[in-house]
Design a protein around this ligand. Structure first.
Ligand code: GN1
Ligand code: MG
Length: 373
């Protein structure tokens, strides 16, 4: 392990890498400075069965982080190293190191004294909404053609449905028969849930550069509770902004856990939804009226897509997501379906909150226009 970290241009001596649990895809390690005051690092083995184009993936991250760094510098921000991730190159200037065995590794500078949460309160949700809105504004000035899809068709629901059909046909783990009710449930709703894909095909909905994994725990907060940095940039690529909005709500406004075995725990926390929506709409100034009106659908879409993805992995015999116990992907599927149902039940309320938030944003911008005259 020491031999791997030594391939990178580190500023100082470091201690042995310590494994930490971050996400379900890559393997992560914290690498602390050998002496106080030195730089510490975040080392990851990239799951290249999932990210097949590691070069493209790393170039995306470099492109996005450099762009944000530039915007922050222009805006006169301070403490920029804590506000945007920084990749560390290898001694020969590459953004990753490939071992002779074919594993891919990368290193970021570790952002210290940062906090991430599985749950947040309404006040932090408002701030997080503003921060994600700002993040998308920053990404808006990146030409979509300069980024690759680090996982092709990643948030394409029509493609995920096709994968579901394939997984059912193959029934690789022999789990189909016992879960036929889940397959039926998802397939019955599949067409109606592909609204975004249809609107895109009709030229009505655009794709923008998105994060594509806006789980609540992918935002770092500072010690004073202010959002500081958005992390996990593996999936930054062109997509529908509704997905980014929806994924935050899927994770932050669920009163239960993503894999809650007790479905009774799962409800939509409307206070969090409202706070996040208001924060987000106050900064995501580029949204079209269509995009705004589709935000509640974006929430349902992400819970539904996540249910489909977990169920596919269950059918395939758990080849994609890391699991903690044999039926984990089935438990996750059921929990996401319940969340989807809970979101359907409050859809009208979500629509009303979005309409009110839009009205508020307009009021604030009219008032500030008057004040500046
Ligand atoms: C995966 O590994 P992590 O937690 O960053 C997945 C997301 C899912 C999420 C479900 C590349 O993200 O798409 O929403 O699990 N990432 C990839 O919690 O598939
Ligand atoms: Mg991720």
């Amino acid at each position: 392990m020491q031999y791997i970290i030594n391939q990178f241009q580190l500023a100082n001596a470091v201690q042995a890498p310590q494994p930490i649990k971050v996400g379900f895809i890559n393997d992560s390690f914290r690498v602390m400075a050998a002496e106080q005051g030195g730089k510490s690092y975040f080392l990851q083995r990239i799951n290249h069965n999932i990210f097949r184009d590691v070069e493209g993936l790393q170039n995306n991250i470099q492109r996005v982080t450099e762009h944000i760094r530039h915007l922050l510098t222009e805006a006169g921000e301070t403490d920029i190293d804590r506000k945007v991730l920084q990749l560390v190159p290898t001694h020969d200037g590459k953004l990753y190191y490939q071992t002779p065995e074919g594993d891919y590794w990368r290193v970021y500078v570790l952002i210290e004294n940062a906090l991430s949460y599985e749950r947040i309160d309404a006040h932090s949700a408002y701030l997080a909404g503003q921060a994600f809105g700002n993040f998308q504004c920053q990404l808006a000035s990146i030409d979509t053609d300069t980024l690759v899809e680090s996982i092709p068709d990643f948030h394409n629901l029509a493609f995920r449905i096709q994968q579901l059909h394939e997984a059912l046909a193959n029934d690789a783990a022999g789990r189909k028969a016992a879960t036929q009710d889940i397959a039926d449930y998802l397939l019955e709703r599949a067409d109606a849930m592909c609204i975004a894909e249809k609107l895109y095909a009709d030229g009505k909905l655009v794709k923008r550069v998105n994060h594509c994994d806006t789980k609540v725990n992918n935002m770092l907060f500072d010690q004073d509770g202010q959002p500081m940095c958005i992390v996990d940039l593996d999936t930054v690529m062109p997509g529908f902004v509704l997905s980014d909005f929806g994924d935050f709500i899927r994770t932050a406004a669920n009163t239960g856990a993503e894999d809650d075995p007790n479905l009774e725990n799962i409800h939509v926390n409307m206070e969090i939804f409202e706070a996040y929506a208001k924060g987000y709409l106050s900064t995501a100034t580029f949204l079209t009226d269509l995009e705004k009106s589709l935000l509640p659908y974006g929430c349902k879409r992400m819970s539904f897509m996540q249910a489909v993805r977990f169920y596919i992995d269950y059918l395939n015999g758990d080849t994609y997501y890391q699991i903690a116990y044999p039926e984990h992907n089935l438990v996750r599927t059921k929990a996401q379906i319940r969340l989807f149902e809970e979101q359907e039940a409050v859809e009208e309320q979500m629509n009303a909150i979005i309409a009110q938030a839009i009205w508020l944003t307009k009021l604030v911008s009219t008032n500030s226009l008057k004040a500046s005259k």
